[in-house]
Design a binder for this molecule. Structure first.
Ligand SMILES: Cc1ncc(COP(=O)(O)O)c(C=O)c1O
Length: 444
């Protein structure tokens, strides 16, 4: 046996994989944890919005009894205790196909759908299935949902960004997207309804996206996890409608629509009427990836058909009404906080995506510092835009009860007042900048 020099027991031949650290560094959960550590436990104030993007703790956003009963019945049945097949059980796959088919010209069959542990696992599987060629790259939106970045980094898929345009209702900059692509681009990710911007794409725009994907020879990964959280005037259009132009892989879950992100059940749907995903081996790669990963809970798979088919419309209507109220209320309260500006009232999802003007603040250089100080001084956790790819923007989670929202905006306002710049003439008549504390010293 080779001598590894460990005679004294202090030489170890293993070390942690740093690739995981690089990928996790861009993941949202890691950032939230970091921000949480800045929370002052002795402040006497409970932390608000500690779990961004998850309204499930609020009584107004409790899931519907039909869904709870479906899960309980599956657990009690004694028929959901075994391992599930890797692609998911047929009745769950069929239920998802039926659920998505309503709007689609080329209908999905049960074998076109795979069941996953929430939408995040769907993202992981699809990214892994497209990686492999060391030169390959993927087009991701900016701003965007960082799990795509984390998983692409982890799978060694080069990331190229395309912009969403605030002045055009957050439409995709299609010229920029085309310029970012090359002969090694394999896919683009579209998030519709959009987290964090809160827009919904029009039929015409999605049509143009499909035409562009065809021109570039790439597949569209359409993340539709927020399909049931649309409360504006523009209806949600599934990207699968355009699958005859370019192939579309639709990702979804019940996490947002039913407000049960902890249940971990989602899907991948292959909209491939021209069999392009089949002939290029992508379907095989997805099926192989599914063999390598744990199957989602059989209890949830058994319950899924009832959840999708029997949830009454009133449940969604009530949730939409609550979200509309949160948006109106939040936009009104935002008017009292001049350093934050929302260019477009959201029509979907559960966030306000707001521009931060640091020139109105003293000693706050950027969005990250703003959020770190806010959590430490006021125990309010917002997501800095830099985590979603956009400097000096901030994401505020507004899917919560009115009383909590009221408190969140009171505290942000207090924070703003404490850090806001005041301009007064100094002894030489020049305008000098002060914040609140300095003003107090000046005038005490
Ligand atoms: C755009 C987007 N996709 C996917 C997910 C993850 O969904 P799930 O909870 O089903 O894994 C989220 C969660 O916030 C999201 O915002």
């Amino acid at each position: 046996m080779a001598n590894n020099g460990n005679a004294h027991g202090n030489v170890w031949q293993f070390k942690g994989n740093t690739a995981t650290g690089d990928a996790a560094a861009v993941a949202l959960r890691k950032l939230v944890f970091k921000m949480f550590r800045n929370y002052n436990l002795n402040s006497g104030k409970p932390i608000l919005a500690p779990s961004p993007g998850d309204p499930s703790a609020s009584p107004s956003f409790r899931t519907c009894p039909v869904a709870e009963e479906a899960v309980a019945a599956a657990a009690r049945s004694g028929m959901a205790n075994s391992y599930a097949p890797s692609p998911g059980i047929l009745k769950a796959r069929r239920a998802v196909a039926d659920y998505l088919n309503g709007e689609l010209p080329a209908k999905l069959k049960e074998e076109d759908v795979y069941i996953t542990g929430g939408c995040n696992q769907a993202i992981e599987i699809v990214i892994d299935s497209l990686a492999g060629n060391s030169l390959a790259n993927i087009l991701l939106p900016r701003p965007g949902y960082p799990h795509y970045d984390a998983r692409a980094l982890y799978s060694c898929l080069e990331i190229r960004k395309y912009d969403l345009l605030p002045q055009k209702d957050w439409e995709i900059d299609l010229d920029g997207l085309e310029a970012a692509a090359d002969e090694n681009t394999v896919a683009m990710v579209l998030i519709n309804p959009n987290n964090p911007c809160g827009n919904v794409y029009s039929y015409d725009h999605l049509n143009k996206v499909a035409e562009m994907a065809r021109k570039l020879g790439i597949v569209v990964i359409s993340d539709e996890v927020y399909k049931h959280v649309v409360y504006g005037d523009r209806p949600f259009i599934p990207m699968g409608i355009f699958a005859s132009i370019a192939p579309v892989i639709t990702l979804g879950s019940i996490s947002k629509g039913w407000v049960v992100p902890g249940w971990r059940i989602g899907w991948i749907a292959m909209n491939d009427p021209n069999s392009i995903l089949k002939s290029t081996g992508v379907i095989q790669a997805i099926e192989d990836c599914l063999e390598l990963t744990p199957q989602p809970s059989l209890i949830l798979q058994e319950a899924l058909p009832d959840i999708l088919e029997k949830t009454p419309k009133e449940f969604f209507d009530k949730k939409i009404k609550a979200m509309r109220h949160s948006v109106e209320f939040s936009c009104e309260r935002l008017k009292d906080i001049p350093c934050l500006f929302c260019p477009k009232k959201p029509e979907s999802c559960s966030y306000l995506w707001v521009k931060l003007d640091t020139s109105m603040l003293v000693n706050i250089k950027n969005d990250f510092e703003f959020c770190m100080k806010l959590v430490s001084e006021e125990s309010v956790l917002l997501i800095p835009g830099v985590a979603l790819g956009a400097d000096n923007w901030v994401r505020i989670s507004i899917g919560t009860d009115a009383s909590v929202l009221d408190e969140i905006f009171d505290r942000i306002k207090t924070f703003y007042d404490r850090h806001a710049i005041r301009k007064l003439p100094n002894s030489m008549g020049l305008l000098q900048i002060y914040n609140d504390q300095e003003m107090e010293i000046c005038f005490s």
